[in-house]
Ligand binder design. Structure first.
Ligand SMILES: C[S@@+](CC[C@H](N)C(=O)[O-])C[C@H]1O[C@@H](n2cnc3c(N)ncnc32)[C@H](O)[C@@H]1O
Length: 359
């Protein structure tokens, strides 16, 4: 079964953190466009993999298109938005019309918007057609829901023994598959920019894993619901959020070493982790409004976790069968916990950036 069906209904309104991550890619997008030789009359193709409903995708696309048109104002441009078939594509097209960030408001000639409703673990564009490929806050999702028991928590980094090895293997295979699919899509000389949750390994060996405190808080709230007779304990034990925060070394594994499967496909431009400031926490530090902080933090979390929790925790686990009620109760408890102590479960981020050039 797939790891997620997509983002929850009002994702666009509660994805300021994902926007902050994508904003760190702005100069990289502009530089990537500048690095690509494209003949004046033929279309320049920009693809965004894991675009969701597009509010953030529009802005990144617009950056790329402005850079293309700065070089040649008449260059035809194709904007290709990729996501799963279950994505809310109607909302993406609504955003294309109405969002102030939409590239549809740029001066003519018009940009042709296209969608690619397939998994990004397979080719998602005609072979050798994409000049700039981008992916923000998406390629950390695993292809399938892992079948492991994880009583220690909800996140890969709490796993030990066989479960830890199985999750690392799945993540390695999925990343290599993602890159092989992009090697298919990209034109020779094309660029691929991927930004997603990462793990930073400090000089003393400490591993800083994006979102670890959040996922521990979520597991503790779920275990408390099990103790209160609202959730089946075996469902809590068997649940894992199918997201993997890679290290720089794990990101490089499929292409960096001579003899690695994609060594001949890509040249690395950049591969690194960086902190991205937490917009919800920063606001709380400024205004001290813990209730508002907790509401915005929970709405952000619900946007990207609800589909996974619904399919893989609350549908098998809600004892009275009321999945929506149990989800509401879970997020309400999480909100109360965040409001009681804004520092305790703060979302910390070490964004992993991978920028590659197709040979
Ligand atoms: C957190 S959203 C990020 C959306 C957008 N890129 C942004 O920065 O706001 C992650 C997106 O990845 C998509 N996704 C997850 N697995 C995918 C897959 N296998 N193929 C295509 N899209 C996928 C989800 O459906 C979701 O829309």
């Amino acid at each position: 079964m797939t790891a997620t069906q997509g983002m929850a209904g009002d994702y666009d309104e509660h994805s300021q953190y994902q926007r902050a991550v994508a904003d760190t890619g702005t100069a990289r997008i502009t530089d990537s466009v500048a690095a690509i030789a494209a003949s004046a009359g033929s279309p320049f193709v920009v693809a965004d993999y894991g675009a969701a409903t597009g509010a953030n995708s529009m802005a990144a696309m617009r950056t790329a298109i402005v850079a293309v048109r700065a070089r040649n104002a008449d260059q035809p441009v194709v904007a290709l938005h990729n996501d799963l078939p279950s994505n809310d594509w109607n909302q993406l097209f609504t955003n294309l019309e109405s969002s102030p960030d939409s590239y549809q408001h740029l001066p003519p000639p018009p940009v042709i918007p296209l969608v690619s409703a397939v998994s990004f673990f397979q080719p998602a564009a005609p072979s050798r057609s994409v000049h700039v490929g981008m992916s923000f806050s998406a390629a950390h999702w695993l292809r399938e829901q892992p079948n492991v028991a994880l009583p220690e928590g909800f996140y890969f980094c709490e796993a030990t023994g066989d479960a830890a090895a199985a999750l690392a293997r799945a993540a390695a295979a999925d990343w290599a598959t993602f890159l092989a699919a992009r090697a298919h899509d990209l034109a020779p000389g094309g660029r691929l920019l991927v930004q997603f949750v990462g793990t930073e390994v400090a000089a003393d060996g400490t591993r800083h894993v994006t979102a670890r405190a959040l996922l521990q808080a979520m597991a503790e709230v779920a275990w408390r619901m099990a103790a209160d007779g609202l959730l089946r304990a075996d469902a809590v034990r068997d649940y894992v959020l199918a997201v993997y925060a890679r290290t720089v070394d794990e990101a490089r594994a499929p292409y960096a070493a001579a003899g690695s499967p994609l060594h001949d496909a890509f040249t690395e431009v950049e591969c690194r982790t960086d902190r991205v400031a937490n917009p919800y926490f920063t606001k709380w530090q400024q205004d001290g409004d813990a209730e508002a902080y907790a509401r915005s933090y929970v709405a952000f979390v619900r946007g990207f976790t609800e589909s996974s929790l619904r399919d893989h925790l609350f549908t098998p686990g809600a004892i009275d069968g009321n999945v929506d009620g149990a989800l509401d109760e879970f997020f309400d408890r999480l909100r109360a916990r965040f409001a009681a102590d804004p520092t305790r479960d703060k979302f910390d981020d070490w964004t992993l950036t991978v920028l590659l050039s197709r040979r």
